[in-house]
Design a protein around this ligand. Structure first.
Ligand code: MG
Length: 258
């Protein structure tokens, strides 16, 4: 009887393992098929250092290379007024958010930032900015180095929703990086949500958000539901009144492989 139960359990385990295994492989290609297309060859670029920004991968769309803001505008379409100097762009307080002139959806984004050195303010007033994916979903930019604030509002948080897994902040004045993998939400033709957005964030190379699913657009003091929108929208950077600096901003649009 015991042996029989054991066998039943083994069969069930094998069945469930095989189900999980097969569910993950969604391809019509045979294993090791020599005719399966190989991925494109690219130059991966180089990582940034404190002294110089990294070099983007060869297939990335460069959004800011340290020289000008020609790829960016304010919401009304007017040229971005943020200050460009010494290879970086700095938030010019009260000029407003800046938006990419092109729209992006599912993508890999790299952005480097430096918080104002010798900060005086505290909590949310210290080096606040933000990377707004599709202009709607904020990955918080904040000086979270020895700066207390609420967990879902610190650096690398999905603002108001998901605190980062760790606080990997560098001291103010030093260059930091976010590497973000984002998949936008999908809606059917009647506006019903088919899938939520998802986001993975590396902060200074350390996993800070592990494929979390935003509950809808981010907001202060609210968690509004999804509202139907296009598959691609401009990326935005937040003017929160603090002179945060950015450099080496690039994006790669993601496609489903064959
Ligand atoms: Mg912010």
């Amino acid at each position: 009887m015991k042996k029989c139960l054991l066998m039943t359990r083994t069969v069930l385990l094998l069945a469930s393992t095989s189900h999980v295994c097969c569910a993950q492989i969604q391809t019509s290609w045979k294993i090791h098929d020599p005719h399966r297309p190989v991925p494109p060859v690219i130059d991966p670029g180089t990582p940034g250092t404190q002294d110089s920004p990294g070099r983007p991968p060869s297939d990335a769309v460069v959004l800011f290379d340290g020289k000008d803001l020609s790829k960016w505008a304010h919401k009304d379409g007017s040229p971005a007024k943020w200050k460009v100097e010494n290879g970086y762009v700095e938030v010019a307080a009260k000029t407003g958010y800046i938006y990419t002139r092109d729209a992006f959806g599912d993508s890999q984004l790299h952005i480097e930032f430096a918080e104002p050195a010798a900060p005086k303010e505290e909590s949310q007033e210290r080096g606040n900015s933000g990377v707004f994916l599709m202009g709607l979903y904020e990955i918080q930019v904040l000086d979270s180095y020895e700066n207390k604030t609420y967990a879902d509002g610190q650096a690398a948080a999905v603002y108001g929703q998901y605190p980062p897994l760790v606080n990997a902040s560098r001291p103010p004045g030093q260059w930091q990086a976010y590497d973000i993998v984002f998949h936008g939400p999908r809606f059917d033709k009647d506006g019903k949500l088919l899938r939520p957005a998802s986001v993975t964030v590396f902060h200074n190379g350390v996993l800070a958000q592990d494929h979390v699913q935003p509950t809808g657009p981010t907001a202060h003091g609210a968690r509004p539901p999804y509202q139907v929108h296009a598959e691609k929208l401009p990326l935005a950077l937040q003017d929160h009144g603090n002179p945060v600096r950015f450099r080496n901003i690039w994006i790669r649009e993601l496609k489903t492989p064959d």
